[in-house]
Design a protein around this ligand. Structure first.
Ligand SMILES: [Zn+2]
Length: 319
């Protein structure tokens, strides 16, 4: 049977703190709706339960491949930290997996196919660069502000994730003047200041009586003073982090996604204001900040980009 580029597909796998999802993705970055399968992960799962759920969604999804189609390979985007060279993951929110060889697990399910692994923040940056807000942009950072804060760097059209695969981890650069404890063991990280749960915590410590990000969003819209201060503090931390990242690598564009980036209609504007406030250099203030152009399919699309666009990966970490 002959195949053309148009019927070569990628199997994309997204491993997160609450679920693992798999889907077939076409060469244009379209996720085939009937190929999507998910299973739970979670803090209390055993290593074997996690492995079985990954195997299950891989089998279910790959079984939906259209007639006459060819599977080019599989891409895994995982919560980190990860080791690209060893094919291992140690997701902070999946304690049963520390140095777990997930690439070998997927290779066993898909004999003869190559399987690539990258961090989920880097996969989102790849997706944005492939079919999202950063198409045609050479110096770009993709970001997620959600339960955590993650990111990925594309420099000169290549994903720069370094020899371990954890580069571009925007959430753990430091924000000046902040000392909030971070899940990584450090203090004052962007994630420790700006994430949804940490922003809610800060508001509560300052007398706000709500409990969720949704309530914080409603109170921000209503002009509640503490809610406004909390949301501005989050956006300021993200903006100051972007200013520092731009000083280092001369970014042209940053795209921000993730649930908490929708906490305020003007969240992206607040981030942009914070960049100007932080940094007077024109080469820093020129960085544009936009909302992500990806749907919730972003992580799967990015995992598929590992298969469909390997030329966008850096040579050093290509494995
Ligand atoms: Zn940290």
């Amino acid at each position: 049977m002959t195949t053309t580029t148009s019927n070569r597909y990628a199997l994309a796998i997204d491993i997160g703190g609450t679920k693992v999802e798999a889907a077939v993705v076409d060469p244009n970055g379209v996720v085939l709706a009937t190929s999507r399968f998910r299973a739970p992960t979670g803090r209390t799962s055993s290593s074997e339960q996690l492995a079985e759920n990954v195997r299950r969604v891989v089998r279910q999804s790959s079984a939906t491949l259209p007639d006459g189609a060819e599977l080019l390979g599989a891409g895994i985007g995982s919560a980190g930290p990860i080791s690209v060279s060893r094919g291992e993951v140690s997701p902070l929110n999946l304690p049963a997996w520390r140095g777990y060889g997930v690439r070998a697990l997927v290779e066993e399910e898909l004999p003869g196919l190559s399987v690539a692994l990258r961090g989920d923040g880097n996969c989102i940056a790849l997706a944005e660069h492939w079919i999202g807000a950063a198409r045609g942009v050479k110096y770009f950072m993709g970001m997620v502000v959600s339960t955590g804060v993650g990111g990925g760097l594309i420099l000169d059209d290549r994903l720069i994730d370094g020899p371990t695969g954890n580069g571009g981890h925007f959430g753990h650069i430091e924000v000046g003047g902040e000392d909030t404890a971070c899940g990584c063991g450090g203090t004052g990280c962007v994630e420790a200041v700006a994430s949804g749960p940490k922003t809610v915590e800060w508001a509560q410590a300052h007398g706000w009586t709500g409990t969720t990000g949704e309530e914080l969003a409603a109170d921000y819209a209503a002009g509640n003073q503490v809610a406004v201060s909390a949301v501005r503090r989050s956006a300021r931390a993200v903006g100051h982090g972007i200013a520092s990242a731009t000083a280092l690598v001369d970014l042209e564009l940053v795209a921000i996604g993730g649930g908490f980036s929708h906490v305020a209609a003007d969240y992206i504007d607040l981030v942009a204001d914070a960049i100007t406030e932080r940094a007077p250099f024109p080469f820093i203030t020129k960085v544009r900040v936009v909302a992500s152009a990806l749907s919730s399919d972003g992580p799967l699309i990015g995992a598929a980009a590992l298969v469909h666009h390997p030329e966008r990966l850096s040579e050093v970490a290509r494995a």
